[in-house]
Design a protein around this ligand. Structure first.
Ligand code: ADP
Length: 481
């Protein structure tokens, strides 16, 4: 079996702020049936250390970028974990990246450089009992792994860097260089230097053997200035090493037939059970219990997610007979505007500010449609859960949303392959037209049900994509890139 070291700053079910955790938590489970064994290196946050049992100490650093650290090994939820226990970096009361007031920790660069350095040491054989064949780093937090690898050894193992969102790059002033334990030669245009600053993601993009991102459409999009966010030149330069592999979902955690978080289990052949979830969701949000179409949003509340476009559409949506429930947290201004909208439309709009894993399942099971008006979306997971739960996704035609939803145009409807509604014009007006199209589809129950069933048949599991990752690991190991 091929051995892979996955390096990530979050992993479901231990610590999650977004889709990265879901991917890092689910991919290893499916990779096993493709002949790949994964050990996942994550920081020892309090939530991680308190959840694991019987950790074994397998490696000690007297000085890992200025602090003592230990690598613990433990199994949890089917995952083989390596936990970087560096208390001064990771044992803090806030979240993984932000303190309890919502501000970035001032030493995030050093914290995740330490994670990457530990990964590179493991990749060069620091553990007595295990050595990986391939290193797989996720996002900027792990991107320095392949940079360290380049300087630690003449014969580095091959590496993959996956970009889950190129908007987050880990950019710091050059002053950080002195703290990273890298030679000054790493501060050059071919490695870390980025318009006079240090960019962790750029360093990873320049040094990883292969680069992936989380959908084929996003892999194309990030070659352009709008989506590449300053790194389009580097992406284009490394285009031969880049591929897009769409995310899957964990079909056990997200199965409407067995889901414990929902009011009534159901399946494509027993769709009737869905209605009880709609009632339960309406009760939860204290909105009218009736058959008018219920839209939902489960999202970070940010500009990327187009939440401002949704807010501008709420009055129209309600005017057209729709209802809306929102679960999310993020920008204070967007949160406030949503709360205002709920106050304006009692019985029609409900808003829950916060993060609630269990409620997010009921939202998918009980809503008729989910609105995802993202300005860019590397892959997106909520539309995949929606497909599996018979909740119609209404999405912008971008990134992974483009690759996973089939628009209900005339041809797709008559061929019975439509699974959702897509729109290209990312604006208030574009979303308004898409919502009106959705309402009109809803008014034809046969058509609606056919879309639900078609979506529920879509293969949103990891199986195919895990096969693509396995093939990539095999390919870079045998040939290099
Ligand atoms: P991103 O990673 O950009 O935030 P994704 O769609 O890829 O977006 O993944 C978001 C993940 O986080 C999904 O699993 C979604 O269900 C979950 N999520 C987002 N906001 C909330 C929330 N407020 N409560 C519970 N789960 C949430």
């Amino acid at each position: 079996m091929k051995q892979v070291l996955s390096v990530t700053s979050e992993v479901y079910p231990l610590i999650k702020t977004g889709g990265l955790a879901d991917v890092a938590g689910a991919l290893p489970l499916t990779l096993e049936s493709h002949g790949i064994r994964t050990k996942t290196l994550i920081p020892g946050y309090p939530a991680v250390l308190s959840a694991i049992s019987k950790p074994k100490s397998v490696l000690h650093f007297d000085d890992l970028l200025g602090t003592p650290a230990t690598v613990l090994e433990a199994n949890h939820a089917g995952l083989e974990l390596l936990i970087l226990d560096a208390p001064s970096y990771f044992q803090r009361p806030g979240g993984p990246y932000l303190d309890h007031t919502g501000r970035d920790y001032s030493d995030n660069g050093k914290r995740f450089a330490a994670l990457s350095l530990a990964a590179a040491r493991i990749a060069t054989g620091a553990l007595d009992h295990w050595k990986p064949d391939v290193l797989h780093a996720h996002d900027w937090q792990a991107a320095l792994s392949s940079v360290y690898l380049k300087y630690l050894t003449d014969k580095p193992i091959p590496s993959v860097l996956t970009i889950h969102n190129i908007a987050f790059q880990g950019q710091y002033s050059p002053a950080i260089l002195a703290e990273l334990g890298l030679p000054s030669s790493a501060f050059d245009v071919d490695t870390l230097e980025y318009y006079g600053d240090v960019s962790f993601l750029k360093g990873g993009l320049q040094t990883a053997t292969a680069i992936t991102t989380v959908s084929p459409s996003y892999a194309e999009e990030i070659r352009t200035a709008y989506f590449g966010m300053g790194l389009e030149g580097v992406i284009t330069h490394r285009a031969n090493a880049l591929s897009g592999i769409v995310n899957g979902i964990d079909p056990e955690t997200w199965d409407p037939a067995t889901d414990k978080h929902i009011a009534s289990n159901f399946s494509a052949t027993k769709l009737k059970g869905r209605a009880l979830n709609k009632r339960a969701l309406e009760r939860h949000f204290k909105i009218n219990e009736d058959d008018s179409p219920l839209f939902c949003v489960v999202s970070r509340l940010t500009w990327q997610k187009g939440i401002d476009l949704l807010i501008e559409n709420i009055d129209n949506l309600v005017g057209m007979g729709g209802k809306l429930v929102v679960l999310g947290a993020g920008d204070v201004a967007l949160e406030g505007a949503l709360i205002h909208a709920a106050a304006r439309h009692p019985g029609r709009v409900g808003v829950s500010i916060g993060y609630d894993e269990a409620l997010s399942h009921l939202m998918q099971a009980g809503s008729d449609a989910i609105v995802i008006p993202s300005r860019f979306e590397p892959c997106g997971l909520t539309q995949l859960y929606a497909l599996r739960y018979g909740c119609i996704p209404v999405v912008t035609r971008t990134g992974g949303l483009n690759d996973t939803v089939i628009d209900a145009n005339h041809a797709a409807i008559s061929a019975k392959v439509a699974t959702g509604v897509q729109f290209s014009q990312i604006s208030v007006e574009g979303l308004r037209i898409a919502l009106n199209r959705t309402l009109s589809l809803y008014s034809t129950p046969d058509q609606w049900q056919s879309m639900q069933k078609q979506g529920m048949k879509s293969d949103v599991s990891w199986n195919k994509s895990a096969g693509l990752y396995a093939a990539l690991y095999n390919q870079i190991e045998s040939k290099g890139i």
